[in-house]
Ligand binder design. Structure first.
Ligand SMILES: CN(c1ccc(C(=O)NO)cc1)S(=O)(=O)c1ccc(-c2ccccn2)s1
Ligand SMILES: [Zn+2]
Length: 313
């Protein structure tokens, strides 16, 4: 964890279980972002260490050639900063995994499909020409974390290696998939990644409490399948997803794709079967929320990103 995070932050997290002076605890917690959406309890450190360790181990499996794809659905904590928790994220397992992959691969592509901007990962690599980050997310006044605009393209020598695809609420599969895949195609052309990390936060699904996009698991499946055809060492991670049955539907579908397994459209009987009512179907309908993304806006976003990426040639 010290490969990315500040020692004092990790030290504080590790002492949480043993700290008894509530007053002191309260005060210090604030400076480390350990309030509101990142509450503290004595289990946080172990939880964060285990989930990050799993993402690191998955990266090592790829580097050892044990598999072409490795998955950690408990990972994907893209908001955590070097010395601060943020957005339910305590340790940035994604940054740790990318730094590990960089020990073997010269260029790593990071793709963030979560409905929230992958700010913690972008910030960590915004000055790098060896890690390209691409985040597609809802970008709207007051929506967390508030960063990830079209003009956020990296800094210094890393300028152009940060890509943001900012969308408005109501985004649907039929425009999400072609836009993301066209950007991915261009990114691969100009960056030639040797390894891939994909955060598959499912809070963009229709029916998620984040109430933002109208995606179905098909959007995530098509984007992941597009990347899988590159046959790069690929790390697949989880992230947000607050409608648990729908998130399970989505990640089960992605797992089946990764395993080359065909799924029935019916949810099979199991311990949590009743949570999948009333239709007990694997698929999710997109719903009918108003789509605020106009064709002109989507075209402008696409053209701007393609122009920016072409400058890297
Ligand atoms: C802290 N926030 C985050 C941060 C990160 C995420 C996330 O999933 N990031 O990927 C989600 C919410 S937040 O302020 O937007 C919210 C906290 C609680 C929220 C909520 C709770 C219930 C229903 C709808 N929204 S949104
Ligand atoms: Zn999210």
């Amino acid at each position: 964890m010290l490969g990315f995070h500040a020692e004092d932050y990790i030290q504080f997290l590790s002492l949480l279980g043993r700290q008894t002076d509530e007053e002191k605890l309260e005060e210090e917690s604030e400076q480390y972002g350990l309030t509101y959406d990142c509450p503290i309890n004595r289990h946080v450190y172990t939880y964060a260490a285990l989930t990050s360790g799993a993402s690191l181990r998955a990266a090592e499996c790829l580097m050892e050639g044990r598999s072409q794809v490795a998955v950690n659905w408990c990972g994907g904590w893209h908001h955590a900063k070097r010395d601060m928790a943020s957005g339910f994220c305590y340790i940035n397992d994604i940054v740790l995994a990318i730094l590990k992959l960089r020990e073997k691969y010269d260029r790593v592509l990071y793709v963030d499909l979560d409905v929230h901007h992958g700010d913690g990962v972008e910030e960590a690599f915004c000055a790098s020409t060896r890690v390209m980050t691409i985040s597609v997310h809802k970008y709207s006044p007051g929506f967390f974390p508030g960063s990830g605009g079209l003009d956020s393209i990296g800094v210094g020598k890393g300028r152009g290696y940060t890509v943001n695809i900012p969308l408005l609420e109501g985004a649907r599969d039929e425009e999400f998939v072609p836009l993301v895949c066209r950007v991915l195609h261009k990114a691969r052309e100009v960056f030639s990644p040797q390894a891939l990390v994909c955060q598959c936060g499912a809070d963009g699904l229709s029916g998620d409490p984040m109430d933002s996009f109208s995606l179905t698991p098909t959007a995530y499946s098509r984007c992941l399948q597009f990347m899988l055809q590159w046959r790069l060492p690929t790390l697949v991670l989880g992230g947000g997803g607050y409608n648990s049955p729908n998130t399970a539907r989505c990640w089960t579908r992605l797992t089946a794709i990764l395993c080359g397994h065909k799924l029935s459209s019916e949810v099979p009987d199991h311990k949590f079967f009743m949570s999948y009512g009333p239709d007990f179907e694997l698929n999710i309908s997109p719903g009918n929320r108003k789509n605020m993304n106009s064709k002109e806006a989507l075209r402008r976003i696409h053209n701007t990103i393609i122009e920016n990426l072409d400058k890297l040639k």
